[in-house]
Design a protein around this ligand. Structure first.
Ligand SMILES: *Cc1c(COP(=O)(O)O)cnc(C)c1O
Length: 346
């Protein structure tokens, strides 16, 4: 089957695969970066590949509006708003959480794009229950207003969204045919898992020696492991493939550093390192954490000298501008901002 019939093509693909010379030299590895941060809409990021498929599915169902959920600073929310805007659809983003006290970063971009954002304070009951109720309420409210609502889950990580990275796995395979990529390792951060799972299922189907490692950016318990298995089955079923026994997924769970979107000094150090050596911005929630994990794995010998690694840059740049990260950055960086009085000298 031709999977490209299942998507709205709005991205300039393939994204570049670049060799990072300085970091390679300093870390004793061959370090490549796959630039899914520069996909060409709305400041880019991994959710756009998923949304090519999600938009097609929504349009097939004659939806007039897309609703999704996420943390207040969700990148997926921003990019869903981008895709909705491009296709003349309404968008709403549902969050259980606290308003950060200012309209900045993704939240600002959501509103510039015209998406509505519903933020409800948590009330102490199990969070999934709260989400279920609120999403139901929000969907019915818009339906009463005459919208035909399409709901896509957190991170766009259902079997439809995962197809974006199923396709990306084949794109990466085509870009890494050379001898220098033999037994190369592909690293991606793992949040709602669709990116990892799409890549996993795509790589199963290509002649390639790439090894995929996910790096969890938030605590990963048994419940989450079950979700991973369930998503695997759903993706395989959508692809019309046998599931068989569940394979062993390689997701590193020891580099979480305090939990989802928590400021971390090691992550900020990794963000500075990538920016100062290669001129590439990482984000403080996902890619900075994944890169910090990779650097630690190199120090620990989990990644060996001379290995070839490909780091999937999944975007997230606007996260740098969220209040709580900005405050942490300011503490470390203001030392290099020199404030002079009118008659001051440097
Ligand atoms: C959502 C996101 C991820 C994680 O992708 P999942 O498919 O949710 O696991 C990684 N990086 C960035 C910047 C993201 O926004």
């Amino acid at each position: 089957m031709d999977w490209t019939n299942r998507k709205e093509s709005f991205l300039n693909l393939p994204t570049p695969l670049e060799y990072l010379e300085t970091i390679s030299k300093e870390q004793g590895v061959h370090f490549y970066i796959k630039r899914d941060d520069v996909t060409n809409l709305g400041f880019g990021g991994n959710k756009l590949r998923k949304l090519e498929y999600i938009l097609k599915d929504a349009r097939n169902q004659n939806a007039t509006m897309i609703i999704t959920r996420g943390a207040v600073q969700t990148n997926h929310g921003r990019l869903t708003a981008v895709a909705a805007a491009k296709y003349g659809m309404k968008c709403a983003i549902v969050c259980i959480g606290e308003y950060p006290g200012e309209l900045s970063a993704n939240l600002l971009l959501d509103r510039i794009l015209g998406a509505e954002v519903i933020i409800k304070k948590p009330n102490g009951r199990p969070i999934e229950e709260q989400y279920k109720e609120l999403i139901k309420q929000v969907c019915s409210r818009y339906e009463e207003q005459g919208e035909r609502v399409y709901y896509t889950p957190m991170g766009g990580s259902d079997e439809v969204g995962s197809l974006g990275y199923y396709e990306c796995a084949k794109e990466i395979a085509a870009q890494t045919k050379g001898k220098e990529f033999e037994n190369a390792r592909l690293f991606c951060s793992v949040g709602s898992v669709g990116t990892y799972m799409g890549l996993y299922c795509g790589l199963q189907e290509v002649e390639n020696s790439l090894h995929l490692t996910g790096v969890a950016i938030m605590p990963f318990d048994e419940e989450k492991d079950k979700e991973v298995g369930a998503l695997y089955k759903r993706v395989k079923t959508l692809l019309g493939k046998e599931t068989g026994d569940l394979p062993e997924f390689h997701i590193e769970k020891g580099y979480v550093r305090g939990g989802y979107n928590q400021p971390s000094r090691e992550v900020r150090e990794a963000v500075y390192y990538m920016a100062r050596k290669e001129g590439i911005f990482l984000d403080p929630c996902y890619t900075g954490k994944c890169f910090a994990g990779i650097l630690e794995m190199i120090r620990e010998g989990k990644i060996k000298n001379g290995e070839t690694i490909i780091f999937l840059h999944t975007g997230g740049g606007p996260g740098l501008f969220t209040r709580h990260h900005r405050e942490a950055f300011e503490e470390e960086l203001m030392a290099g901002v020199h404030l002079l009085e009118e008659d001051g000298e440097f």
